[in-house]
Design a protein around this ligand. Structure first.
Ligand code: APR
Length: 182
């Protein structure tokens, strides 16, 4: 599923984010930037040890929730990995929506600053961090749409790479709701 937002393409795809041929892929990291399971595990496995080495050297204090940092991408096809830290879901009344939106916004800003014309995101916070996928999908897509509408310098392609059918369906429904397209 694909829509045009102010000259850029916003696309939903099913698959594995480590296989994407884009300028930057986004990781769903933790605030210690310590690696883990899910997307994080897959990215470090496929990208090799260089990524963790760079994280330890450049960001020894980690990264706050709602923010993101950049490294090279080791053996991956992408040029950069943007390590974004989404919130752990604790009922939705602890600032989770704002922190999730901020993780996406910061990632888009960093991608733009690094001259990336294409970026791939996973569904941040909806795995180990327990964010209900319908709500997370609306926040993720709304944040990307606002960025693409409001920023002059921006990626030409933003692709969500969703791992399973239920997650893909949730994003497809949210995108339809938000844009009236699809
Ligand atoms: N490509 C795309 N999506 C993937 C992949 C992959 N290779 N592997 C898993 N996913 C999906 C999951 O199915 C889920 O829909 O990414 C989504 C996010 O799940 P998590 O990776 O668990 O991320 P999150 O909920 O943000 O939790 C972050 O988990 O692995 C740890 O170190 C990480 O502590 C951090 C926490």
């Amino acid at each position: 599923m694909k829509v045009q937002i102010d000259g850029s393409v916003l696309e939903l795809a099913k698959g594995d984010i480590t296989q994407q041929e884009v300028d930057a892929i986004v990781n769903a990291a933790n605030s210690r930037l310590a690696g883990g399971g899910g997307v994080d595990g897959a990215i470090h496995r496929a990208g090799g040890p260089e990524i963790m080495k760079e994280l330890r050297a450049r960001y020894p204090n980690g990264c706050p929730t709602g923010s993101a940092v950049v490294t090279g991408a080791g053996n991956l096809k992408a040029r950069y990995v943007i390590h974004a830290v989404g919130p752990i879901y604790r009922g939705g009344t602890h600032g989770e929506p704002e922190k999730l939106a901020s993780a996406y916004r910061t990632s888009l800003q960093l991608a733009t600053e690094h001259g990336c014309s294409s970026v791939a995101f996973p569904s941040i916070s909806t795995g180990a961090y327990g964010y209900p996928v319908g709500e997370a999908a609306r926040i993720a897509l709304q944040t990307v749409i606002e960025f693409l509408k409001n920023e002059g310098k921006k990626p030409q392609l933003v692709r969500f790479v969703l791992f399973d059918d239920a997650t893909y369906q949730a994003y497809a429904e949210a995108l339809k709701e938000l844009t009236g397209q699809g």
